[in-house]
Every structure is written in structure tokens, then in C-alpha cells.
Design a protein around this ligand. Structure first.
Ligand SMILES: Nc1ncnc2c1ncn2[C@@H]1O[C@H](COP(=O)(O)OP(=O)(O)OP(=O)(O)O)[C@@H](O)[C@H]1O
Length: 392
């Protein structure tokens, strides 16, 4: 009803007879009702537009994440060793996106997608990581890895502390995967499986096979040692030929497999860290989901990598076979650096084939994959050179 009609109505009311008054009142009620309906319709349109805008923003964000490498930086607290040496703190978190470093040539600042300081908890670090787990369930390949010098906190970030009072990204991801699959179990059927590898001295090792069993197999000429080779299907899906893939039906089962794998790792004490990982730990979890309504199947893959320390051999006190370890670690890390540089610069050729590490990670770096790299650093002056290298 428009304003003209409202005026006519008031005219009629002005004539004064009861009948006309009654009709007039009813018409006024009707007018109010129409106004209300109009307002409701406007709100519905407004909500719909808002929902569409939000949906578009969400999809843009998801699209935006594809093929991109996000880089977080985590600064650990000063440790007892560093404090004992009287080392000054030269690195600080400026805000959520930048860190500053006091160098002999002045203050330098570095920007990241997110910065975590010494006081930030494991939970806070995972909060910013957990939406990637949803992407795995949605069928994406996701790779999360920690980079940094020995003792900078990579294992703490990825795995957590020894007694698991502060679990890291790996155990939290195991829980998140099964939480999400449980929430969606009325619409999808899920299958979770994993293989776990170590890249040690340029050799890939199936961590479901113990070192003792591996050594025994090598001494028996009749037995065939299982070599793990990285292969790609025609569709570009990477798989580890020769490595066992095991299924898990709960976070606890997956964690038990992980513990079994960790027990078979190569670990040694270096001058920089009493328990140092001398190999790259590669945990690959596949989540297959079958849509119960239309039967369609999609598979997402989560690669969680705890890289070996990027350190200078002399500083870690490496000798003989440790020197060989250090060289092999540095070679693979530099190949990873080259891949990341090529992806960041959008170069037409990405040198994945230069190392087994980058071959394993190939379908989880670039393309449609979503990658998160966490650079771990120490705050101490004694590690200034390594920290600057990592930050750069
Ligand atoms: N954010 C943190 N808060 C508390 N303690 C930490 C933190 N980061 C690391 N640490 C402690 O510092 C020590 C070294 O950390 P960690 O073993 O994770 O280093 P790393 O980078 O994995 O070393 P490596 O390359 O030698 O394996 C550990 O005792 C760990 O618990």
C-alpha cells in the first residue's frame, strides 16, 4: 500500500460513520501488516546477501590457501644452557606478525603470516593450524613442517615434550582428524591410514620396521630388504613403495602407531641438543571419505614433517659419520629451500627431484596443496647467525 492510499483512507475515516470507521481501522491494520511483511522480506534479502558474501569470502580464502605456503615463526624461551652462558636475548616478538633481531649492524625486522612468542602455548599454535585439518577431511593435500637449527624447538612444536604434558601439532592433529570424522559420520564413511618414514643419510626407512629387523634382514642374503622408493601415480599422487601403510580407527590407535615409529628413529646427542633428531621424520596420514548419499569418494593427505636441524657441522661438534649425517641433512634442506623459493617466485620449473625429501613432499607443496612452514628460532645471542639464516 502506498502513501496515496493511506491519504484516501484517512479521508474515509474523516467522514465519521461507524461502518466506514470500522473498514478504515481494518485497512489501517492491513497496512501495518503489509509494512511488517515488507520489513521481513527486506531482512531475508539482507541475510541472504550477507550469507552469499560470507560464503564467497570463505571460498576465496580456501582458494587463496591453495598452492600457497604460509610461514609462521615460533620463538622459544631462553633455555638453561643459554641462560647459564649469560647469553643476551637478541630476538623479540614485536607483534603477531613480526619479530625483531638485534644484529651488530642494527635492528632488523622480519614479517610472517603469524608469530608466536616464548609465552605462547602449544594450544595457541595449534589453533591457527587446525583449520588445515578440516581441509584434509575435505580432500586436500596439506603439509605442515617445522624448520630451524638444532635445539630451536622443532620437535617440541611438531611432537611436544617427552611426557606429552604439552602435546604438539602431531598428536593434536590425530585427535582433530577423529573429532571431525566423528562429527560427520552420519553423512560420510571414513578410512584413516598412515605410513611413517625417516629420511636418514639420504635413505628412506619405513619406521614400522625396527632398526634391528632391518639390520638382520641385511645380513641374510636370502631375505629381501624392503627398499622404500618414492613413486607417483599418473594423477601425480605420491606414495612410498615398499613402506607399510597401517589403518587406524581412533586417535589412540594412530598415536600408538606414531610411538612405534618414533622408537625406530635415529637420534643422537649433539653439542647443541642432548637429544637431537638426525633424520627427517615424515608422517603421512591419508583420510578417505565416502559420501553415503551419492557414493563419491575423496582422499585428503596430511604430511607432518619434523625436519632435522639446519646447523653448521662445526658448531654441533660433528665428526666422521656425524659429519656425513650433517652433510646429508644440509643437502636435503637446501633442496627444500630451492623448491620453496621456486614456488614463492611462481617459477615455471620447481626442482622437486633434487632430493628424496622434496620428492616425498611433492604433492603436498604447490599445486592445489596447502602448506604451512613453521620456522623455529632461539632468542639467544649465541645463536644469532643461525637465527638470521632461518629467518631469511
Ligand atoms: N616453546 C617452547 N617452550 C618450552 N620449551 C621448549 C620450547 N621449544 C623448545 N623447547 C625445549 O627446548 C629443547 C630443544 O627443543 P627441540 O628438541 O624441540 O629442538 P629441535 O629443534 O627439534 O632440535 P633437533 O633439531 O636437534 O632435533 C627441548 O628440551 C624442548 O622441550
Amino acid at each position: 500500500m502506498n502513501d496515496c492510499e493511506t491519504l484516501d483512507l484517512e479521508d474515509i475515516l474523516g467522514q465519521g460513520t461507524d461502518g466506514v470507521k470500522n473498514i478504515g481501522q481494518q485497512l489501517l491494520l492491513l497496512q501495518d501488516q503489509l509494512k511488517q511483511e515488507k520489513e521481513e522480506k527486506r531482512k531475508i534479502v539482507e541475510n541472504y546477501t550477507l550469507e552469499r558474501t560470507l560464503r564467497k569470502k570463505y571460498y576465496n580464502m580456501v582458494e587463496d590457501m591453495k598452492g600457497k605456503i604460509r610461514v609462521f615463526c615460533r620463538l622459544r624461551p631462553m633455555n638453561r644452557n643459554e641462560a647459564g652462558q649469560g647469553g643476551a636475548t637478541v630476538v623479540g616478538k614485536v607483534d603477531d606478525y613480526s619479530v625483531s633481531v638485534e644484529t651488530p649492524r642494527g635492528l632488523r625486522e622480519f614479517q610472517f603470516d603469524k608469530v608466536f612468542g616464548a609465552e605462547d602455548s602449544q594450544e595457541e599454535v595449534f589453533q591457527d593450524t587446525s583449520r588445515l585439518i578440516q581441509s584434509v577431511i575435505d580432500g586436500y593435500n596439506v603439509c605442515i613442517f617445522a624448520y630451524g637449527q638444532t635445539g630451536s624447538g622443532k620437535t617440541f612444536t611438531m611432537v611436544g615434550d617427552k611426557d606429552q604434558r604439552n602435546p604438539g601439532i602431531m598428536p593434536r592433529s590425530f585427535n582433530a582428524i577423529f573429532d571431525i570424522t566423528r562429527e560427520n559420520s552420519s553423512k560420510f564413511e571414513f578410512k584413516v591410514s598412515a605410513y611413517m618414514l625417516e629420511l636418514y643419510n639420504d635413505r628412506l626407512q619405513d619406521l614400522f620396521v625396527s632398526q634391528a629387523a632391518e639390520a638382520q634382514a641385511q645380513t641374510q642374503p636370502s631375505s629381501q630388504t624392503r627398499r622404500v622408493e618414492i613413486k607417483r601415480t599418473r594423477k601425480g599422487v605420491v606414495f612410498a613403495q615398499g613402506a607399510e601403510t597401517k589403518e587406524a580407527s581412533s586417535a589412540q590407535e594412530l598415536y600408538a602407531l606414531f610411538q612405534q615409529a618414533c622408537a625406530n628413529r635415529h637420534i643422537a646427542a649433539t653439542k647443541m641438543n642432548v637429544e637431537s633428531s638426525r633424520s627427517h621424520l615424515i608422517i603421512v596420514i591419508m583420510v578417505e571419505s565416502r559420501n553415503l548419499t551419492n557414493g563419491s569418494i575423496s582422499t585428503g593427505k596430511l604430511s607432518l614433517v619434523d625436519l632435522a636441524g639446519s646447523e653448521r657441522a662445526a658448531k654441533t661438534g660433528a665428526k666422521d659419520h656425524q659429519l656425513k649425517e650433517a652433510n646429508s641433512i644440509n643437502k636435503s634442506l637446501s633442496a627444500l629451500g630451492d623448491v620453496i623459493s621456486a614456488l614463492s617466485a611462481d617459477l615455471p620449473h620447481v626442482p622437486y627431484r633434487n632430493s628424496k625429501l622434496t620428492q616425498v613432499m611433492q604433492d603436498s607443496l604447490g599445486g592445489n596443496a596447502k602448506t604451512l612452514m613453521i620456522v623455529n628460532i632461539s632468542p639467544s645471542e649465541s645463536n644469532l647467525d643461525e637465527t638470521l639464516t632461518s629467518l631469511m
